[in-house]
Design a protein around this ligand. Sequence first.
Ligand SMILES: Nc1nc2c(ncn2[C@@H]2O[C@H](COP(=O)(O)OP(=O)(O)OP(=O)(O)O)[C@@H](O)[C@H]2O)c(=O)[nH]1
Ligand SMILES: [Mg+2]
Length: 917
Amino acid sequence: MAAVLKSLFQVSTSKKEDNQEEFDVEYSFAEEYSGPPVSYDIPKVVPVDVHRIPTASVVATAAILSKNLSLPVIEPIVKRDPQSIKNQKLKESDLDSVVTSVCVDNEDSTLESEYVENDHGCYRASDGIESSGTLGFSDSHDNSRELSGSSDVEDLVDECKEEVRFVSESNPVGLDYEEPILSSPDLSCEVLSCEEVEDYADEVAVNQGNRTAVVTFGEIQSSDVSTDSDEEEPGMFPEKPIVSSDSKKCFRCHRGKRFTEREVCIVCGAKYCINCVLRAMGAMPEGRKCITCIGYRIIESKRDSLGKCSAMLKRLLSKWQMNEIMELEKSCQANQLPPHLVSVNGRCLSLRELVDLLSCAYPPKKLRPGKYWYDKVAGFWGKEGHKPCQIISPQLAVGDTIKRDASKGNTNILINGREITQAELYMLKLAGINCEGNVCFWLSADGSCQEEGMNNVVGKIWDKTTHKLFCAALRLPIPPVSANSSDEEVGSGLGAGDSRSTDSKKLNKLLLAGCDQSGTSTLFKQAKIVYRVPFSEEEHQNITYTIQRNLYRYIAILLEGREKFEEEYHVEMRKKWLDEPGPSVLPDLIEEENIYSISPRLKNFSDWLLQAMMLGNLEVIFPAATREYAAVVEELWKHKAFQATYQRRNELQMLPRVANYFLDHAVEISKADYNPSDMDKLYAEGITSSNGVACMDFSFPNPTQDSYMEAVDQYSSSMRYQLIRVHASCVGKNCKWLEMFEDVDLVIFCVSLTEYTEYMEDYNGICTNKMMESKKLFENIISHPSFAQKHCLLLLNKFDILEEIIEQAPLSECEWFQDFNPVISRHPNSNTSNNNPSLAQRAYHYIAVQFKRLYYSITQQKLYVSQLTALEPDSVDGALKYTREILKWDEEKHKIMRDWMTEDAEASTTLEASITT
Ligand SMILES: Nc1nc2c(ncn2[C@@H]2O[C@H](COP(=O)(O)OP(=O)(O)OP(=O)(O)O)[C@@H](O)[C@H]2O)c(=O)[nH]1
Ligand SMILES: [Mg+2]
């Protein structure tokens, strides 16, 4: 390719030598992308600065030549000129002839096409005229210019001597505005696939009705560009009119029906079919934009779809290409929210302020153009005239001072200078703050509330979890989850708030979700223990209470079992006695000998406990009554009837596996001064009684034993992670709450491998296999728009139990695993060897593949899967290190891509430099 390019440039430069005065030009081509093989078919945009523009025919010739080489051409678009648009309209036939003429030139292998030929004759164009810009062709959807006689022609020639302009216009209405197409002196560039040149005239013909365009040639005064851009605020990009969106047809080929798949330009709304989209959009350096829309602002209604492309484009491009384009679409400057469209406390933002606002630790979610108010002290944020909708980072220097009527409150109560709304007043009252009379409060970011002029705190609104729930019910915002996590929670001595705000990029957020009983709590707690993140006082207290309360539940289940066993024994003995009749005292003896009998006192306790469990009162009674009943538990535990029952605990369906662990320590746990160990906390069911969202920051400790590994892991130890565990019940119907977690980097979905044997009953009494429930939740989560393009790690948990049960419970019990049909070797030793994995291993792999297929069918991405036994520390450590590897690889992959692209650009610039010198 380099050789071909060189030969092309040699021709051009030799021409330059021959006709110095006519072709004193410098120009360059966009080089074909030569980066990673995966991207080879996408032409890459290389911005080039060309100081002189050749004649129109040379530009066209360049386009045709580059077509033969499959090269895209870069175009200079400088400025619209409504006057010239009105005065000079080029017919499509004229354009046709321009292109045809150039084609003929090219076929003749000459580059002497300094004349633009049309119906009216040959016209000499812009010989040796200096300009600045980049070389190329405009892919306007329409271009026409009317030349109505030789005077027009002369005008054109004159005009060409003054300016080199290639103006495209797509204003269907009135062309009554003047707008710089480029906003900065280092002109933006556009890529045009060369078929575009051929299709050019066709497009003009089709779009002529509603589009007008002009081709003018003129010298670009640097002041032309800089004046415009000087006037513009940084961060402002021009707007482009939206094309008629009701058309069901492809904007380029004008084919297609109502349901034909199309990709839409995020600037002008033009739709393209699968055959045209890449031609119309080229290399997409700013994401999904028509070539002519590069450098323009996006339609605000499309902001939500930034970074989310259609399945059609996914099919056309490789995953890498897709990711890169979507990254560019989200991050390029032209696609960012224009600062002047956001007003805070009555003042439009500057670019600096907008950047500050969006790069803070907790920025406003889905910020759109509009008028907002911001309470800098407490961090409250809302739309003008409305109650607060979010709590963002406080103390940001954005916008003006907050106005009293910012949220149009009518309560006569002021918080930080703003009159609050009724809902907020309820919130204050629920927090126990006296709001009698006209009171002004100061509310700080941590929720402490002070009366103006007073020194004492009258209440703390974020201290109680219940209060946060009230806020949710009142549709008021609560502080961000991670802003709440206390400093003690942050592992390895890393502070939460400060470092996060200063270095938020290094915090990798992992969202942990799964169905009930999948083991997410156990995994979360294990991670806390492994990475030495202390449990907060509240968590410690909650876990202690949970363990004690659960102990009485387990005891109640055992006592229920005892009653059953006692009855069975009784019936058995009576049956024996009836079969072998003896003295009449025997029934009493049977009673005495019944190993499951207990004393009347213990029986009273048993009856009371069973009744409490039946009525669902255990939660109310315990753990408060623990101290009172500790002695009874001790007595019970020593009792032979209870021990006999405990021996038969496997027969008690209701008794969870974990009960064994706690019942073994029953006496100790039932004591009032019980202090749970880490192991107790791990085995305890649940984490806290709070709203089901738990959060911890951690980092992987530095390995000290191996200096090589230390070096390797230096990078990762500097990275910080945040594990956010969300309970299935908090995900909400249709996962609507998930958008709260849209900034996570990776989703961890936990599935218990035992679920295929378990069933759950819904309100209508219909039983569903729990694996199918997990499948449904998994589908909902991965197809949620917040997680598009996010990595996902599936953890298949409780492998230890799967190994135990797989022989008795075939996988086909679940309808999704019907076709699991492993071939098992009968050889006694073969099952454990690597070549012949165990049945549990095969089942695990089969389930993993089922999930991978499902994931791919929805996201067209690869699902990472790992085995897990959440009760084992190494297993959890391994799983979380896997997430680290996924994220690390992802970052490196992007870095490599960027390096390749930069190298590419540098190479092409060097080549151009060597050719032009
Ligand atoms: N044998 C075994 N038991 C496990 C494993 N992981 C979790 N468990 C147990 O499975 C039960 C459910 O685990 P949880 O962590 O509470 O699951 P969860 O439903 O996601 O979390 P919560 O809703 O907070 O209860 C607990 O009794 C755990 O001890 C595992 O790998 N092996
Ligand atoms: Mg649970």
